[in-house]
Design a protein around this ligand. Structure first.
Ligand SMILES: Cc1cc2nc3c(=O)[nH]c(=O)nc-3n(C[C@H](O)[C@H](O)[C@H](O)COP(=O)(O)OP(=O)(O)OC[C@H]3O[C@@H](n4cnc5c(N)ncnc54)[C@H](O)[C@@H]3O)c2cc1C
Length: 398
C-alpha cells in the first residue's frame, strides 16, 4: 500500500470521476472538486468511445455505464462532397468479446461517471474552481476561488485542456494549440437519410467536413467542422446566434451532394460552435505532490475519437502506480513511463486526421490520399496499437 491515503482530484469531467473510482479500488480515498455548479451543457456535443476506453473502464467494472448510455457505432462510410463513395472502415476497434465502440452525449457520460463515483463513496464538490496549490511537507493544500482550502496527500489535475494545475506544476508549460476548424453539432428529427444505426457517414465536403450517424431512435446525430484560419475568441463565438449558425452552415454545405443541409434545417434547439485545440507535448507532468492526467497533460484533436478513452486510461494507470509503488514520486515516474509515448503518438495521429478536414493545400493532398489511407486501414491492424491497449490491473507495477 502506498503512503498516499487521500487524493484531491481537480476536475469532474471524464478523467476525474474515473480516477476517484480507480483510486478507491486501489484503497485510496479522494474528493473531486469541480469548477461548475451543475452538469455539463450538452450544446450538441457527443463523442465516440473507442474499445480501448471501454477496456480501461472494464478494469474498474464501469464499462456498463457507457454501454447503457451509448449506441454502437462500429463502422464509418466515407464519401466526397460530390457524392463519390471513398470507402468503408471500422470505427473505434472491437474488444475480444465483440463489444464495439459506442457514441453518447458528452453530458450523459459526465453525469453517469460522476453518479457512479458518488455511488461508490467518492465525494464530489461543485462550484470549486482551483486557483492555486502548494506542496507542503505533509502533502498538498489546494486553494479555491471561493476562498476555501482543502488538504490532501496529493493533488491530481484532471482539469481539462486549459488546465490550471498544469501551470501550477510548470508556469512555462505550453498552452493548447489551435486547430483551424470549428466544431458544431446537433440532433436532427424527422429527417430521412442514408445510413443505418451503427455507421457514421463522413463527408469531405467542398468547403467543410460533415459527419452524421443515425441513432436507434431515428434521430440524426451530426457534427460539422467549418474551417477557420484565425483562432476565434469565446466572445466572438458566443455572439453567433442559432439562426446565424444555421445560415453559415447551409451556405457551406449547399454545394455538396449530401443530406447536410436537410439535416441542419431539421435540427431543433440551440446551435453553438466551439474552437478546436490539441496539446501535443507537455514536458512536466508532475512536481511535488501534484500530477496531471487526461486533457490537462495531453489533448488530442476530436477527430482521433480518443480523448475520453485515453483520459480514462491515464486515470486507471495512475491509480495502479499509486497502489503499487512506495512513494508519490516513484508512482508518477512509472505513470509517465507507461503513458507518455502512447498518448503523444495518439495526439500526432489526431493532428494528421484534423489536417485532412481543414481547407487549403495540405488538406487537399490528404483528401486525395484518402482512398489509399482507407485501403491500409481496411486491410486491418493499422490502428490495433491504438484500440487493443489493455491495462493489466491485477499485475504489480515494477
Ligand atoms: C468537439 C469535441 C468532440 C470530441 N469528440 C471526442 C470523441 O469522439 N471521442 C473522444 O474520446 N473524445 C472526444 N473529445 C475529447 C474529450 O471530450 C476529452 O478528451 C475528454 O473530455 C477529456 O477528459 P478530461 O477529464 O481530461 O477533461 P474534461 O472532460 O474537459 O474535464 C475537465 C473538467 O475540469 C473542470 N475544471 C476545469 N478547470 C477547473 C478548475 N480550475 N478547478 C476545478 N475544475 C476545473 C471542467 O469544468 C471539467 O468538468 C472531443 C472533444 C471536443 C471538444
Amino acid at each position: 500500500m502506498s503512503r498516499v491515503m487521500k487524493a484531491l482530484i481537480v476536475g469532474g469531467g471524464v478523467a476525474g470521476p474515473v480516477a476517484a473510482m480507480a483510486l478507491r479500488q486501489a484503497g485510496i480515498d479522494s474528493v473531486v472538486y469541480e469548477a461548475y455548479a451543475g452538469g455539463a451543457d450538452d450544446a450538441g456535443a457527443f463523442l465516440t468511445f473507442a474499445s480501448n476506453g471501454l477496456d480501461a473502464l472494464r478494469t474498474i467494472d464501469a464499462h456498463h455505464l457507457v454501454l447503457s448510455e451509448g449506441f454502437p457505432t462500429p463502422r464509418m462510410t466515407i464519401q466526397s462532397g460530390t457524392g463519390k463513395h471513398l470507402g468503408d472502415v471500422p470505427n473505434g476497434g472491437t474488444l475480444p468479446d465483440g463489444t464495439v465502440s459506442q457514441t453518447l452525449k458528452r453530458a450523459d457520460l459526465y453525469r453517469a461517471l460522476r453518479d457512479e463515483a458518488i455511488r461508490r463513496g467518492a465525494r464530489v464538490e461543485y462550484g470549486k474552481r482551483l486557483v492555486d496549490a502548494e506542496t507542503t511537507p505533509d502533502g498538498v493544500v489546494a486553494l479555491f476561488e471561493d476562498g476555501t482550502e482543502a488538504v490532501g496527500d496529493l493533488l491530481i489535475g484532471a482539469d481539462g485542456i486549459h488546465s490550471r494545475v498544469r501551470r501550477i506544476i510548470d508556469p512555462s508549460a505550453p498552452g493548447a494549440r489551435y486547430i483551424p476548424v470549428l466544431n458544431i453539432g446537433g440532433y436532427a428529427r424527422d429527417v430521412r437519410v442514408l445510413g443505418k444505426p451503427g455507421s457514421f457517414r463522413m463527408i469531405f465536403g467542398k468547403q467543410a467536413f460533415f459527419g452524421y450517424a443515425v441513432h436507434p431512435s431515428s434521430e440524426v446525430w451530426w457534427f460539422a467542422n467549418p474551417p477557420r484560419a484565425e483562432e476565434p475568441t469565446r466572445a466572438e463565438l458566443a455572439a453567433i446566434g442559432t439562426e446565424q449558425w444555421r445560415e453559415i452552415l447551409i451556405d457551406l454545405f449547399a454545394g455538396d451532394a449530401s443530406p447536410a443541409v436537410e439535416i441542419i434545417r431539421s435540427t431543433p434547439g440551440k446551435l453553438a460552435g466551439w474552437a478546436t485545440y490539441d496539446l501535443p507535448s507537455v514536458p512536466t507532468w508532475y512536481r511535488g505532490s501534484l500530477v496531471i492526467i487526461g486533457d490537462a497533460a495531453h489533448a488530442t484533436a476530436p477527430s482521433s475519437g480518443q480523448g475520453a478513452s485515453i483520459a480514462i486510461e491515464d486515470a486507471v494507470v495512475l491509480a495502479r502506480c499509486l497502489r503499487d509503488l512506495p512513494d508519490f514520486g516513484q508512482a508518477c515516474a512509472a505513470y509517465e513511463r507507461l503513458r507518455r509515448a502512447r498518448v503523444e503518438r495518439i495526439v500526432a495521429h489526431g493532428a494528421r486526421t484534423s489536417n485532412s478536414k481543414a481547407a487549403g493545400p495540405i488538406a487537399r493532398v490528404l483528401r486525395d490520399l484518402m482512398p489509399l489511407i482507407l485501403k491500409r486501414v481496411a486491410r486491418g491492424g493499422s490502428l490495433a496499437w491504438m484500440h487493443d491497449y489493455h491495462i493489466a490491473w491485477d499485475e504489480q507495477v515494477a
